[in-house]
Design a protein around this ligand. Structure first.
Ligand SMILES: Cc1cc2nc3c(=O)[nH]c(=O)nc-3n(C[C@H](O)[C@H](O)[C@H](O)COP(=O)(O)O)c2cc1C
Length: 508
């Protein structure tokens, strides 16, 4: 089985590195590092080199920045790392440690400051060759820098490229000077754009609590190595993309013997209009998917009470473990149906006129906390938001769905937005194509996930993804043995699922 290839793209306008003239790349250097301590020493050293380069280029003599900038370019871009390059290097290290091959391209090599793009064919080839892409950008005005924008626009302008890179995995890193400088907005917007050109999106891994990617807090040149939290989330982002891409590599020699479990979770609707609108499209998936509708708006879903013991106890996934136990509560009755899935399509009807609109969306999201903290039950499942949006409703539900679901350690697919105007669906072909894409990608991910269970079993290395339990509770002997039982249970279920559903085709 070949290793997945992760391409790191750095989008800093004060990039230290260039690969022009075939100079040594960040990835060559990272490949030589085998422990965290050495990584940190390397990042510190590179940060200091970059700072010294600024001093040599004229900062020490008080030269204006334009002089300094020209001098820096003459230094050749072979040493040192800018802040967002440091975070990217950390992510590439995480990916490498988690079994991936890594490579790096500095975007200024292709989008120089003179505005004339260079060798875009090389950049496009690198995107095509990679299994996963990590884009690291500085935060500018709560959003990406222009180099990241140029990359995204290049992909948007090239339909053939979009098809070729469709289904590859994307993850992001953002570094900003302020603690709340917009790292998360930057990650969320970039993720939405990458999903919309056809990539699958992941955040950072469960060890770093599964958020939107790497978040660096560093402004002055040379300061990123001090931000341990930012380095951790960046490393976690690298690990996460390596894990998902390696599952997808496994999926090249495996497939589902049955069809993917394809679940519509209806979270906001008016008089079942959303269900009626989506059903004919779902029917067209025919025999190729096990389609199930969970009409959650028909249930009472009580708000979370923000208890401090969530989940109530350590136990197998099949046990409902939320403190709210009212019998008529939708989470109680639907628990087992919800967790048995390959593809989740959360459905939200977003109307201009909210008369008779029933929404359980927010309560539902809150209440899924026990499933997240009970060891990320939805790990690696594909989630494709489906928003039926009346023109002018402007609820940005596709973004909100992505933002909440990625925190379940899922893989997010291209959102489907069904536009409605005066009662007419304007883009039925997009809805059908979106569901078909979800089916194919979800089947591929499910096969990869199940194939990786067999690989993990063989290596007897399998661990559950995180277990977020309160420290005190975690140390109790009963909790430890319960946890071991829960791990065994999940492992058993996954291996049974793998044996009954997976067809291996050898090769690779
Ligand atoms: C035009 C511009 C806008 C910026 N806007 C923000 C911002 O909105 N939030 C923030 O936290 N930092 C902001 N910064 C600071 C950079 O994100 C920060 O210096 C970062 O470390 C740069 O990464 P680099 O060293 O890899 O280029 C801005 C910097 C520039 C030049």
């Amino acid at each position: 089985m070949h290793k997945p290839l992760i391409l790191g793209l750095s989008a800093s306008l004060r990039n230290a590195r260039s690969r022009k003239g075939g100079t040594r790349s960040i990835s060559d250097e990272i490949n030589e590092i085998t422990d965290r301590e050495t990584l940190e020493a390397y990042l510190e050293e590179q940060a200091n080199i970059h700072l010294d380069q600024f001093k040599e280029a004229g900062r020490a003599d008080g030269e204006p920045f334009d002089v300094l900038y020209r001098n820096l370019q003459r230094l050749g871009g072979q040493r040192g790392l800018s802040n967002s390059e440091i975070a990217l290097a950390a992510a590439l290290w995480g990916a490498k440690e988690n079994g991936a091959e890594i490579t790096h391209i500095p975007l200024p090599d292709h989008f120089p400051a003179n505005g004339e793009p260079k060798n875009l064919d090389q950049l496009k080839k690198a995107l095509r060759d990679a299994d996963g892409i990590v884009l690291s950008t500085p935060v500018y005005f709560g959003d990406r820098g222009s180099l990241a924008q140029l990359l995204i626009d290049m992909i948007r302008d090239d339909k053939a490229l979009q098809e070729e890179i469709s289904g590859k995995v994307y993850a992001g890193i953002a570094v900003g000077a302020k603690r709340n400088g917009g790292q998360e907005t930057t990650l969320i917007y970039a993720m939405m754009d990458m999903l919309n050109v056809g990539l699958l999106g992941v955040g950072n891994d469960s060890n770093t609590t599964s958020q939107y990617g790497g978040t660096g807090h560093a402004g002055d040149i040379g300061t990123m190595p001090k931000d341990t939290y930012g380095l951790n989330t960046s490393i976690g982002t690298g690990r996460r993309i390596a894990s998902v891409t390696s599952q997808l590599v496994s999926a090249k020699s495996a497939s589902l013997g049955d069809t993917p479990k394809f679940d519509f979770w209806v979270l906001q609707d008016r008089d079942s209009e959303a269900v009626s609108l989506v059903s004919p499209f779902a029917e067209k998936l025919g025999e190729k998917a096990q389609v199930r509708f969970h009409d959650l708006v028909q249930h009472a879903i009580r708000p979370c009470i923000a208890c401090d013991i969530c989940p109530t106890h350590v136990g197998p996934d099949s046990e409902y473990r939320c403190i709210i136990r009212k019998r008529d509560d939708g989470m109680v009755s639907e628990h087992n149906a919800l967790i048995d899935t390959d593809i989740v399509i959360p459905v939200v009807y977003s109307t201009r006129d909210r008369t008779n609109l029933k929404s359980v969306y927010q309560q539902f999201m809150e209440r899924t906390r026990y499933l997240r903290r009970g060891d990320y039950v939805f790990t690696d499942r594909l989630v494709v938001p489906l928003v039926i949006a009346e023109i002018g409703a402007n609820e940005i539900m596709d973004i909100r769905l992505m933002t909440s679901f990625v925190r379940h350690h899922t893989v997010i697919g291209k959102p489907i937005v069904a536009y409605i105007h005066n009662g007419t669906l304007l883009n039925p072909e997009d809805v059908q194509a979106g569901l078909e894409r979800a089916r194919l990608e979800g089947a591929r991910l499910a096969a990869g996930r199940l194939a990786s269970v067999s690989a993990n079993l063989a290596a007897t290395q399998y661990q559950p993804v995180g277990y977020v339990l309160a420290t005190a509770k975690d140390k109790e002997t009963a909790t430890i043995s319960d946890r071991e039982a829960a791990v065994r249970d999940r492992l058993k279920r996954q291996s049974e699922e793998s044996q009954s559903r997976l067809v291996l085709s050898g090769g690779q």
